[in-house]
Design a protein around this ligand. Structure first.
Ligand SMILES: C[S@@+](CC[C@H](N)C(=O)[O-])C[C@H]1O[C@@H](n2cnc3c(N)ncnc32)[C@H](O)[C@@H]1O
Length: 332
């Protein structure tokens, strides 16, 4: 027998238990309750209305996962949980489980993993079907994840002294990319494209951000609808990864034709290294696309360069957006 220090198989095969416990803790507001003060299982049970036994076993497991600490039967938050899971924190990301761990997503990945590997993609259109309701769920749940990246992109443009006045946000979802641009460039007009029910969420968010005067929406399939004009900046955030390279080229061509002179297209996405196995989050994203789309992928910079050449662009550059796992790819 080889000398191995641990057996990852047990943990890997049971990884769905982590999803379950995280979801339970978020839904019961355990992290936020503990953020208000350390507590023991009976007190947490009373505050949540859950069974003391259930809370004790959940909280002990959250200690194993390094989200909680335990001393003399009293639980507290680790620094990670305090920042990312206490709703009082400005970095709170808990609501993202409503999309990331949605029953539809779990079922797509876990019901029959062999099927999409054999098939080289989802059997059927899965997440790229017309008007798929999962994207309304995404738009509502993923705001905390997108906000950090969208702010980084807006800050990068300001740093580069790029000042777009007409901006198209393709597959806008919650609309956060356009909204952050509108805040950074108050004289810019934003046009958002997505399916109609998703755009309702974006319009609400634009109103809440006080930028609805700068915001217009076009409902429909981004490949098919008219984009109504020319733009200094076209954003393609987290959309190309759903499609084959040929479809990405079609969308990039349509984007190039809709640019003003000197305009830019910016893709924000998970971009793995040449080896496709690093960095971990960007590399792992390809598997998600395998399960949930017919032909999507996590494209590398060289893949984008080839798409750009086919779409008629001459310059492509990639800029990581730390601390997010995403990269900004700029096409001119
Ligand atoms: C992963 S979300 C990205 C949302 C947002 N851009 C972001 O980066 O967080 C993908 C979005 O693409 C939209 N979408 C997918 N296919 C589309 C299509 N053919 N036409 C328009 N929107 C589409 C979905 O409705 C969803 O809002």
């Amino acid at each position: 027998m080889p000398e191995i220090s641990s057996n990852p198989v047990y943990d890997l095969a049971l990884s769905y238990q982590k999803t379950a416990a995280l979801t339970a803790a978020i839904k019961l507001d355990i992290f936020t309750l503990l953020g208000k003060g350390a507590s023991d299982a009976p007190a947490l049970a009373e505050a949540t209305g859950a069974s003391p036994r259930g809370i004790r076993i959940l909280c002990d497991y959250l200690c194993v996962l390094k989200l909680l600490t335990k001393e003399d039967g009293t639980y507290g938050l680790t620094a990670t949980a305090q920042w990312l899971l206490d709703r009082a924190s400005s970095g709170a990301q808990g609501e993202t489980v409503d999309f990331l761990a949605a029953p539809e997503m779990i079922s797509m990945l876990l019901d029959d993993p062999v099927s999409y590997v054999r098939n080289g993609g989802s059997v059927g259109l899965a997440n790229v079907s017309v008007d798929n309701q999962i994207w309304v769920r995404f738009a509502r749940a993923m705001v905390p994840f997108a906000t950090v990246t969208a702010k980084r992109v807006a800050a990068r443009l300001a740093l580069q002294k790029i000042h777009p006045r007409s901006i198209l946000d393709v597959a806008a979802g919650h609309g956060l990319y356009g909204i952050e641009m509108a805040k950074a460039f108050p004289d810019a007009k934003i046009t958002a494209i997505d399916w109609a029910p998703v755009l309702e969420v974006a319009i609400d968010n634009a109103r809440a951000a006080g930028i609805d005067g700068q915001f217009t929406a076009i409902a429909g399939n981004a490949f098919e609808v008219s984009w109504d004009g020319k733009f200094d900046l076209i954003l393609l955030p987290n959309i190309l990864h759903h499609f084959s390279a040929d479809d990405c080229v079609a969308l990039l061509k349509k984007s190039r034709e809709a640019l003003t002179a000197g305009g830019k297209v910016m893709v924000i996405d998970f971009v793995p290294d040449t080896d496709r196995v690093s960095p971990p989050e960007a590399a792992a994203f390809a598997y998600w696309m395998l399960a949930t789309t017919p032909a999507g992928d996590a494209y590398r910079l060289e893949d984008y360069r080839e798409m750009a050449r086919r779409a008629g662009f001459t310059e492509v550059s990639g800029h990581p957006l730390p601390p997010t796992p995403q990269t900004l790819v700029s096409f001119e």
